[in-house]
Design a protein around this ligand. Structure first.
Ligand SMILES: Nc1ncnc2c1ncn2[C@@H]1O[C@H](COP(=O)(O)OP(=O)(O)OP(=O)(O)O)[C@@H](O)[C@H]1O
Ligand SMILES: [Mg+2]
Length: 545
């Protein structure tokens, strides 16, 4: 009877110990929390004062102490810092791992199976009767659980041996669970980091097209703050209206797999500017291949496209320039010849006044032709550049008196804003002035009935893609340039003005290019045009700094 009571008590005690740690299986816990709880239970529940848990490392090479208690702090630190090497170290700890069997050592001095390392550790730690039981999952050892008594304390009993072995079985499951949980957490965190640090926008939707998530890059592209949930549950078609293929995808999602091949999409941002996006879509499936929705990847390729266009324009103008230079050269000589002949004729005695008038008219036309040829040569081979460190504000200031009267006559509001602290840059002042003037005159011509003309200078600090530069912005509120012709305005002889030659912007482009700068145009029909000229502050060094 008494025997039964003791057994009952023991098994109740055991159950409560197992219960203590098995709670950890139902609440997600870190390995650290789990090990603390296991060791606490071994100490308080099973009555051992000294306890340690070792786990095999990922590479299955070493046995590392993950938790130890009951020794002096310096000894515990030493054990934590010195893992056992499973191949090199011969000791009871590695033997339990290799055999998968518990080892109880009553006396290290007397036991003949003890190795030199065992004796060394015993001397260092002052351990008496020691027991190690394996921590096993599905027949594989993942670590060991150890207890020992101080030298001189009573030996570990049979009952304690059995209790610790049973307890170790449950402890193994709890440890493995926590490790799986941590791995999962790590994986989740990794996926989250990939999503948040991706420069590609990623938007997911459910099978009806309702947005379920969007990463920071996607938020930036569509122009909302990161973390703003305003777009959640909204239809993807509201965010990307008329996205080609959307109607094809959504009725079909869930029925069969539908993909959207990379399509170029012109996205209108909040401010009215347009961004060029590359959008792909593919189905989002779970492990059982059930389609959960769609995954959209969105890339903003606006600046890439702009650069591409700019390079195309530069290349086109270079070849046009070469041709123009040849033609200009060929025209110039006969033109001079005709001029000389006409001059001789009109000086002849007996030349009627009426004929002289005709000859003068012809001379005037020759002058006009000559100025076109000169302009063409300026565009084709801008030469004789005189670079000197110049302040852009002075260059712009020196141009204003040429346009002020015209602005007054046309009742144009002229707004000039000079940027502060703009460092000087190497430029040919005359040529830059002429280049900017060409743009400004176009702006004035675009607003015959009045409007606003603004000229702004600024300093733009460079980054890894761009050098420090001066930026001049010339903005008008004229009719804008139709998209269809926007690409051609820099071409020589492209003009919509009855009196124009169409060389103004071509020359401007050549001059800016000669300064290693860029000129770009943005225009909204009916609202106006903005030209942006950028001139680097340091000239090209061909790599030699
Ligand atoms: N600010 C602007 N607003 C509207 N259209 C413009 C503007 N700037 C340029 N353009 C268009 O670009 C064309 C080409 O300009 P460009 O200065 O090269 O030649 P042009 O002004 O026609 O002739 P030129 O400059 O030789 O007198 C213009 O004819 C006009 O159609
Ligand atoms: Mg012009």
């Amino acid at each position: 009877m008494q025997q039964n009571t003791i057994l009952n008590e023991a098994s109740n005690n055991m159950l409560s110990n197992i219960y203590r740690i098995s709670i950890l299986m139902t609440t997600p816990s870190s390995t650290e929390q789990v090990l603390t709880q296991i060791v606490d239970t071994v100490k308080e529940g099973l009555g051992f004062n000294r306890c340690s848990v070792y786990l095999i490392n990922k590479e299955a090479e070493t046995l590392e102490c993950k938790f130890i208690t009951g020794f002096t702090p310096d000894k515990e630190a030493l054990v934590m810092a010195r893992p056992f090497h499973l191949k090199r170290h011969e000791c009871i700890e590695t033997r339990v791992v290799k055999t998968g069997a518990s080892i109880l050592v009553k006396d290290f001095e007397l036991d003949p199976t003890m190795t030199a390392l065992d004796r060394k550790v015993t001397a260092r730690m002052g351990r008496g009767c020691t027991l190690y039981v394996p921590l096993m999952i599905k027949g594989t050892v993942i670590g060991i659980l150890g207890v020992d008594k101080r030298q001189g304390e009573p030996e570990i009993t049979e009952h304690e041996f059995v209790s610790l072995s049973i307890f170790a079985g449950y402890a193994s499951i709890v440890i493995e669970n926590s490790r799986l949980y941590e791995a999962l957490l790590h994986e989740k965190k990794f996926s989250e980091t990939v999503l948040t640090s991706s420069v590609t926008g990623i938007v997911t939707t459910d099978i009806t097209g309702g947005i379920t998530s969007l990463n920071p890059a996607a938020a930036k592209i569509v122009g909302i703050e990161v973390g703003n949930t305003a777009l959640l549950h909204r239809d993807i078609g509201e965010v990307f209206p008329a996205l080609p293929g959307l109607d094809r995808i959504f009725p079909a999602v869930g029925v069969e797999e539908q993909y959207l091949e990379s399509c170029e999409y012109h996205f209108r941002k909040h401010g009215g500017a347009t961004a060029i996006l590359h959008i792909n879509a593919s189905p989002l499936s779970d492990d059982a291949d059930r389609v959960l929705g769609m995954l959209f990847t969105v890339q903003d390729v606006t600046s890439l496209k702009e650069r591409e266009h700019y390079l195309q324009r530069v290349n086109r103008l270079i070849s046009l320039g070469e041709m123009a230079a040849g033609v200009a050269h060929e025209i110039r000589n006969p033109l001079t010849g005709i001029g000389v002949v006409l001059d001789i004729l009109r000086r002849r005695k007996g030349f009627l006044p009426r004929d002289r008038e005709l000859a003068d008219e012809a001379m005037a036309e020759i002058d006009r032709l000559e100025s076109i040829v000169a302009g063409l040569l300026d565009f084709a081979r801008p030469k004789d550049f005189n670079f000197e460190e110049s302040a852009i504000n002075d260059v712009v200031g020196g141009m204003l008196f040429l346009i002020e009267k015209q602005c007054r006559d046309q009742t144009l509001q002229l707004d000039v804003r000079y940027g502060d602290d703009i460092p000087p840059a190497p430029m040919d002042q005359e040529k830059i002035r002429q280049a900017l003037l060409n743009v400004v005159i176009n702006a004035i011509q675009a607003m015959p009935g009045g409007g606003n003309l603004s000229i702004e200078t600024a300093y733009r600090r460079g980054d890894k893609d761009m050098r420090d530069s001066i930026v001049i912005t010339i903005r008008d509120t004229g009719p804008g340039i139709p998209e269809a012709t926007r690409e051609r305005i820099f071409d020589p002889f492209f003009t919509t003005h009855s009196e124009g030659t169409g060389l103004g912007l071509s020359i401007t482009h050549s001059v800016i290019k000669e300064h290693d700068g860029t000129i770009t145009v943005e225009s909204a029909e009916g609202r106006g045009t903005t030209f942006t000229v950028s001139i680097p502050i340091k000239p090209h060094t061909n790599g030699e700094e």
